[in-house]
Design a protein around this ligand. Structure first.
Ligand SMILES: Nc1ncnc2c1ncn2[C@@H]1O[C@H](COP(=O)(O)OP(=O)(O)O)[C@@H](O)[C@H]1O
Ligand SMILES: [Mg+2]
Length: 362
């Protein structure tokens, strides 16, 4: 079992600073996902752990040992890339056996390992085929198999499912989860897809511009974002984020946004006139009678999916809001509806996007 730690890791390419001092710990056996928008430094960080890039400053530790000077090949980690990087002229079996042959493992041991990995990944029937005779999903399985046979200290995945179509991605996601449950190794998985992160991770590290925006379990990030960036990035469809001005209100504080004035419980540290952003997820906006509502909005369009309904609504002076309602909601485009925000599910952020409160309850 293997623990991986980064201590104040920094990376510059020439004069461009890409990683700005990252501390994190990946526990033994953990499925840790690095997620963030394209260009935020996910691959660079993974390559630093793998030993494919040097750090500019800071330390990478594997099981308490600093490995900054250890070449990639000697770190005992296995990396799986988006491009499968299989040898086209070799059979699936030979692709998986190749690294072990180079390491001069006995033939019988190689055979046991390849067949075991093939069974785990359900590719035993394809062992004699060449990669070109396989589907994308099967090729990606071979690439993962090649990592498994090495019995690495940890697996590093860089967007391994990005080349697959949507349906296959979902299926492979399940398989990866099952694989992790079976082999129990430490895994670090990079993706820009927050759904992939939410479904796979024990722990998510959200990266933004080369820094850690927040670390936590999927539901910790969903329920208690530390900042407006994480609030907007985690969750699909996105959390509604609305700029507002704090004012004294009848019950403590009021948030003025566009034509709406939303009374909320008293909030410490919220100066009148202060600029804030509040967030509310699509499933936490209720529809109701106008006299009990926080504001009235016009339905711009409705997505009726049968089991659930998405509404996109416009209100004066506000960005378009998304509502997610269970079941079927009989509203038409252009209809006026009342909206009520669940106070316990409202998030409040200061002018710099730092969280002031997750849940506005007295
Ligand atoms: N070898 C390199 N030379 C110069 N800049 C690089 C190099 N590799 C990555 N970068 C830059 O570092 C930033 C982070 O890249 P990367 O780690 O690939 O992001 P991600 O994987 O999150 O999309 C980007 O701005 C990218 O252009
Ligand atoms: Mg990348």
């Amino acid at each position: 079992m293997t623990e991986i730690r980064l201590r104040d890791v920094r990376k510059s390419f020439g004069s461009t600073d890409v990683i700005h001092g990252i501390d994190l710990a990946v526990a033994s056996g953990e499925f840790c996902v690095f997620v963030g928008p394209s260009g935020c430094g996910k691959s660079t960080l993974l390559r630093i752990i793998a030993g494919l890039e040097d750090v500019t400053a800071g330390a990478v530790e594997i099981d308490g040992e600093v490995v900054n000077g250890t070449p990639a090949a000697d770190r005992g980690l296995a990396m799986v890339f988006q491009s499968y990087a299989l040898y086209p002229h070799m059979s699936v079996y030979d692709n998986m056996a190749f690294g072990l042959e180079n390491a001069k493992l006995p033939r019988t041991e190689i055979d046991v390992r390849v067949r075991h990995a093939a069974e785990l990944l359900q590719i035993t029937d394809y062992l004699r085929r060449k990669p070109k005779a396989l589907s994308g999903g099967q090729r990606q399985r071979v690439a993962i198999g090649r990592a498994i046979v090495r019995d690495p200290k940890a697996f590093l995945f860089d967007e391994p499912l990005s080349n697959l179509d949507a349906e296959l991605r979902v299926a492979m996601r399940r398989e990866l989860s099952a694989l992790h449950a079976k082999i129990g190794g430490t895994m670090i998985y990079v993706t820009h897809d927050q759904t992939e992160a939410m479904t796979l991770a024990d722990k998510i590290v959200v990266l933004r511009d080369g820094t850690v925006a927040q670390t936590g379990t999927p539901l910790e990030l969903y329920n208690s974002p530390d900042n407006a960036f994480v609030a907007g990035f985690i969750g699909s469809p996105r959390m509604n984020l609305i700029e507002a001005v704090a004012e004294p209100g009848a019950r403590g504080t009021a948030l003025r946004a566009g034509a709406a004035r939303i009374e909320v419980p008293p909030l410490a540290g919220l100066a009148p006139g202060g600029q804030v952003t509040f967030g509310i997820r699509p499933e936490h906006i209720a529809m109701g009678a106008a006299d009990e509502s926080d504001l009235t909005a016009t339905v711009a369009f409705a997505e009726q999916l049968g089991g659930e309904t998405y509404l996109y609504v416009d209100a004066e002076g506000l960005p378009q809001l998304t509502l997610h309602q269970p079941g079927q909601v009989p509203v038409r485009q252009g209809e006026r509806i009342g909206l009520r925000f669940d106070r316990a599910e409202m998030h409040l952020f200061d002018a710099d996007g730092r969280v002031l409160a997750n849940g506005l309850v007295p």
